[in-house]
Design a binder for this molecule. Structure first.
Ligand code: PLP
Length: 374
C-alpha cells in the first residue's frame, strides 16, 4: 500500500531532536523555526515532558472517559490559573478542528440558532464541520455547502452587525491572529467591537486560539492583548507539545447537559500527562515572556530588502510577506542553512518556532536570511 499523496514533503527524515534543534538520519542538524505547524511549544524532547510521559506509560496509558481521571481535573485547575480563566469550564478533545466543531455545536445548542459568521482568509481545520468555516476554494468540498456560514471581512464591524441583526446567528468565530491565511492581526478595537456586538445580539463569540494560543504571542491567548473575554476559546497544537490533544474553554454562562459533547480519546491519561508537563515548563521557564522578547528581537532585526513588503506578527508568530514567491528562499534556508521555516500561501515565510527559542538561535536565523537574500 502507498500513502495517499496529499502533502508536499521535503526529503528530510528527522530522527532525534532537542529544544529548537532537529537531527536527521544522516546526522545533519537543523534549527526548527516551524515546530511542525506550531505544535512544539516547550521544545522538542524536553526532559520534564519525556519523564512525565514515560512515568505515565508505566502507570496507565489509556482508559475510557466513563470513569474519573484526576489528571483532567489537575489540568483544568492549572490551565485556569495560568490562562486567567479560572471561572471557565474545560472540555477536552483531540485536535484543533475538533475543538472548533465542538465550539460551534455548543454555540448552536446554547442559542438554538444555526448560522455562523467567519472571516475571509480564516482557517479553522480540515474536518468537514471545521473546513466549512473557511472560504478557501482549494480546501472546501461540495459536502461542506450544507453548513450555514457567512464570511465577513476582518475589520468590518458594520458588515458583522448587518449579519448579526438578522437574528439567526449562533456564533462568530475568529482566530486570535489569522495564521494559515497569512498572519493578519485583528485590531484591538475590532476585537472589542466584535465582543460588544456578540453581546448585543446574543451570539456566541468563539476565539480560535489553536495556533495563536498557549503563550505564542507573548500573552497566554492572543485575544488577551485586546482585553476581551470570549464565550468559548478553542485550543490545540502546542497544548501537549505534539501529543494529539485539543480542548475548549467555556464561559460559566453555558450550562452543561449530559450527552451534549462527547469523545473517545479526548482527555486520555497520556495526553493529560503531556499537557500538564507543558504548563509546568511554560511557567517554570517563563516561556510566554520569552516568546514576547525573542519575537520582538526577530521582528526588529529582519533585514530590510526590497522583496520584503511587510513583517507582521506578535511574539513567536511571525510572517515575512514578500512581493516575490518564496519557494527558493525557503529551500535555501532549509538545504543550505539547515533552518526549517513554514509558509502561508506562495509569498509568505511563516515562523512558528518552539517558545524556548533563544536570542542566539534567532540571530542565527537573521544572519542566515541575510545571506540567502544577498
Ligand atoms: N485552527 C487554526 C487557527 C489552525 O491554525 C489549525 C491548524 O492549522 C486548526 C484550527 C486545525 O487544527 P488541527 O490540524 O489540529 O485540526
Amino acid at each position: 500500500m502507498e500513502l495517499f499523496d496529499v502533502y508536499s514533503l521535503f526529503d528530510v527524515i528527522p530522527t532525534t531532536a532537542s529544544g529548537c534543534r532537529i537531527w536527521d538520519d544522516k546526522g545533519t542538524g537543523y534549527l526548527d523555526l516551524y515546530g511542525g505547524h506550531a505544535v512544539i511549544s516547550i521544545g522538542h524532547s524536553h526532559p520534564t515532558y519525556i519523564k512525565a510521559l514515560t512515568d505515565q506509560v508505566n502507570k496507565i496509558g489509556f482508559y475510557s472517559n466513563s470513569v474519573v481521571n484526576p489528571l483532567q481535573q489537575e489540568l483544568s485547575h492549572k490551565l485556569g490559573e495560568v490562562s486567567g480563566y479560572e471561572d471557565y469550564f474545560l472540555f477536552l478533545d483531540n485536535s484543533g478542528a475538533e475543538s472548533n466543531e465542538n465550539a460551534v455545536k455548543l454555540a448552536s445548542f446554547h442559542t438554538g440558532k444555526d448560522r455562523v459568521i467567519a472571516f475571509h482568509r480564516s482557517f479553522h481545520g480540515r474536518t468537514s464541520g471545521a473546513v466549512a468555516l473557511t472560504d478557501n476554494p482549494a480546501i472546501v468540498s461540495p459536502f461542506n455547502s450544507h453548513h450555514k456560514v457567512t464570511f465577513c471581512d476582518l475589520g468590518d464591524l458594520a458588515g458583522v452587525e448587518k449579519e448579526l441583526s438578522e437574528g439567526d446567528v449562533a456564533a462568530v468565530i475568529i482566530e486570535g491572529i489569522q495564521g494559515c491565511g497569512g498572519i493578519h492581526l485583528p485590531s484591538e478595537s475590532f476585537f472589542k467591537g466584535l465582543s460588544e456586538l456578540c453581546h448585543k445580539y446574543g451570539a456566541v463569540l468563539i476565539l480560535d486560539e489553536v495556533q495563536s494560543g498557549y503563550g505564542r504571542t507573548g500573552m497566554f491567548f492572543a485575544h488577551q492583548w485586546a482585553g476581551i473575554r470570549p464565550d468559548i476559546i478553542t485550543m490545540g497544537k502546542g497544548i501537549a507539545n505534539g501529543f494529539p490533544c485539543g480542548g475548549i474553554l467555556i464561559s460559566p454562562a453555558f450550562k452543561a447537559v449530559k450527552g451534549m459533547l462527547g469523545t473517545t480519546f479526548g482527555g486520555n491519561y497520556l495526553a493529560m500527562a503531556a499537557a500538564l508537563a507543558v504548563l509546568e515548563v511554560i511557567s517554570s521557564e517563563k516561556l510566554v515572556q520569552n516568546a514576547a522578547e525573542v519575537g520582538e528581537y526577530i521582528m526588529k532585526n529582519i533585514p530590510s530588502d526590497p522583496r520584503i513588503k511587510e513583517v507582521r506578527g506578535r511574539g513567536l508568530m511571525i510572517g515575512l510577506d514578500f512581493n516575490v514567491e518564496i519557494a527558493s528562499i525557503r529551500k535555501s534556508l532549509l538545504f543550505d542553512k539547515h533552518i526549517f521555516t513554514g509558509v502561508a500561501g506562495k509569498n509568505m515565510i511563516r515562523l512558528l518556532p518552539p517558545l524556548c527559542l533563544s536570542k542566539k538561535e534567532a540571530a542565527t536565523f537573521i544572519s542566515a536570511l541575510k545571506e540567502v537574500l544577498a
